[in-house]
Ligand binder design. Sequence first.
Ligand SMILES: N[C@@H](CCC(=O)N[C@@H](CS)C(=O)NCC(=O)O)C(=O)O
Length: 215
Amino acid sequence: MSKLIGAPLSPFVRKVRVYLEERGLPFESEPMVPGSEDPEFRKISPLGKIPGFVDGDFAVSDSSVIMAYLENKHGPALCPTAPVDLARALWFEEYGDSAEFELFIAGIFFPQVVSPILHGTTPDAGAIQASVDRLPEVFDYLETQINGEYLVGDQFTLADIGVVSPFVNLQYAGHQPDTARWPKLASYVTGILNRPSFQASMRDEAAILQKMKGQ
Ligand SMILES: N[C@@H](CCC(=O)N[C@@H](CS)C(=O)NCC(=O)O)C(=O)O
């Protein structure tokens, strides 16, 4: 059985988990903190980033690389093949990994939720608010890109995994797009989060968050 290595609250680890769940591919999870110096982990992820992934004798890291590997190994399912659709799906995945990650996770979720618990830091309310104030930049852009249930074509793709995964962390920090101002985005995010794949991950994450808060 394959092994997904990393902290389930990471949006990148969640991406791979959701991919595996969507395809019904069996896996086991191994918790690992980001940046861990564990030598076995570093062999799999030389940059120290999560997720890592082990499949028999093969091991690799990086959520995008892992999903590309699985897509090739098990046959295309969540990555469109038509050139324009493929380009759009990869772009949206990149957008989630970069613009959304920087704002939602690095700017809000980590300093507000994780760092105070794990490192005992006092959140810098001003810096966090500066990131919250910039949320409309991302929401406005996505609102222009959504025309229905899915981002690309008429099926669930990597684009939906990549764009919606960071919204889970944003939700944990108490923010989501206002339904009146961003109606398409709000309804789209809710629809994707209701999928069993995301729900399964979020159930496990809720238990972890609860445990962290109780520490
Ligand atoms: N491009 C990587 C990014 C992964 C990443 O940045 N993960 C963060 C946790 S959310 C991490 O491990 N950071 C630790 C570090 O940068 O040392 C991917 O898609 O998997």
